[in-house]
Ligand binder design. Structure first.
Ligand code: FAD
Ligand code: UDP
Length: 372
């Protein structure tokens, strides 16, 4: 059969485009994924004990974009959830992002917010040009807090020192002088009430979307017939690594179920300095599910394996620019998503990027119009 569009990847990028192109523009879409399921890295499922887990690590939805939130709300109800994370440092579980309670508990101080702001001014190291992930943190909170909360975690997670990573990585984590212990401050913070996969199922449930799962596009592309291609896999792979491999960081997920109903005080505990894993997630605390057992995931960063994180470093950005130029020269091939555009994007940013591409494809005037 001939399709208007072939879409490689059924994650957020591919699914949003498949949904828009069929439900709004009456196109026919072949949606291909090499995995046996839709949802990409946001895929969740019931494990053998009936606990809803995230197969590829914890996914918490947060956005400041009403357009993105309204768009996804067509496919799911939501469970209000404000994410809180503790870091295991010096034998204590302390709030991260670093806030007033973090510093007072760690050092046994009794600072007010104003006193903490003054303290940060004295311990923060002046940095003229903030370029790296080390610069961001040492300039704000000084070297001791940097070493206790950021240096070890970042080296584990990325396999390089924070001084080699672009500032955008640790800039994701703010510093606070108040007691706000939420991980995110976005206007919209929710979990999909029945999980991500259920939301994706609704998105791609259209007679003009033909799903082809457990299929690597590279193996079948010569047998397919389509007018345009939307590619959400790794951009370097599409071009046969002609300029060399773009580095990605991978993870090994160790999923465990324990015979206790409760394991840790919050859904995610970070381990900056101990163990080979970076963090432990306890899913029931994200999803609100009640169950006599509890399921956890330990995340072990590694170099090899599925590509999960583009690595924001100047030399990688330069290599990506070469691929981007090649991508821009293609006719009827569109690259989108975290792997397709080599960007460390959150889910909402990928949805916005996909809606923007849809807007371009159909010539809509605004994101709002594209998302309607
Ligand atoms: P993906 O979800 O990676 O989808 C790409 C799909 O393409 C994959 O399913 C892959 O199998 C398929 N594919 C690739 N190549 C081929 C091929 N040749 N043939 C067929 N199929 C192919 N974001 C948040 O907003 N909040 C969070 O809390 C959060 N936590 C995260 C935690 C972890 C551990 C990770 C790794 C990411 C997290 N993210 C989070 C980011 C989020 O996962 C991404 O923003 C989002 O899933 C990207 O969607 P995508 O469609 O671009 O890519
Ligand atoms: N980070 C850290 N210590 C922490 C939490 C985060 O050093 O306790 C750094 C680390 O480099 C991490 C980055 O901040 O990769 C971004 O953290 P985030 O939680 O946003 O990572 P993600 O959920 O994308 O893996």
């Amino acid at each position: 059969m001939h399709y208007d569009y072939a879409i490689v990847g059924a994650g957020f990028a591919g699914s949003v485009l498949a949904e828009r192109l069929t439900s709004q523009s009456e196109k026919t879409v072949l949606l291909i994924d090499k995995r046996s399921h839709i949802g990409g890295n946001a895929f969740d499922c019931l494990n053998e004990d009936g606990i809803l887990i995230h197969q590829y690590g914890p996914h918490i939805f947060h956005t400041n974009s009403p357009d993105v939130f309204d768009y996804l709300s067509q496919f799911t109800d939501w469970r209000p959830y404000e994410h809180k994370v503790l870091a295991s440092v010096d034998g204590q579980l302390l709030p991260i992002p670093i806030n007033l309670d973090t510093v007072n508990k760690l050092y046994g101080f009794n600072f007010t917010s104003e006193e903490l702001a003054d303290y940060f001014k004295t311990v923060g190291e002046p940095v003229d040009d903030i370029r790296t992930s080390e610069d961001v943190v040492v300039s704000q909170v000084g070297r001791d807090l940097y070493e206790k909360f950021f240096r070890g975690y970042t080296r584990k997670q990325w396999g390089v020192d924070p001084s080699e990573l672009d500032k955008m990585v640790t800039s994701r984590i703010p510093t606070r002088t108040n007691q706000d212990d939420r991980y995110f401050t976005d206007e919209f913070q929710f979990m999909p009430l029945h999980g991500y996969t259920k939301m994706f199922e609704k998105m791609v449930d259209h007679p003009n979307i033909h799903q082809m799962l457990s299929t690597d596009f590279n193996q079948v592309k010569d047998q397919l017939s389509f007018d345009e291609l939307i590619y959400t896999g790794p951009v370097d792979e599409y071009f046969d690594f002609c300029y060399g491999k773009l580095p990605y960081r991978s993870l090994r997920f160790d999923h465990q179920t324990l015979d206790v109903s409760d394991y840790q005080p919050v859904s995610v505990v970070n381990y900056p300095n101990d163990h080979d894993y970076t963090r432990i997630t306890e899913y029931k605390k994200l999803t609100g599910q009640e169950h006599p057992k509890t399921s956890l995931t330990f995340e072990y960063p590694q170099a090899e394996g599925d590509p999960y994180y583009p690595i924001p470093m100047p030399e990688n950005a330069a290599l990506y620019r070469q691929y981007k130029q090649l991508a821009d020269e293609q006719t009827n091939v569109h690259f989108v998503g975290r792997l397709g555009t080599y960007r460390y994007y959150n889910m909402d940013q990928v949805v916005a990027q996909a809606l923007t591409l849809y807007k371009k494809l159909i010539g809509a005037d605004s994101l709002q119009e594209a998302a309607k």
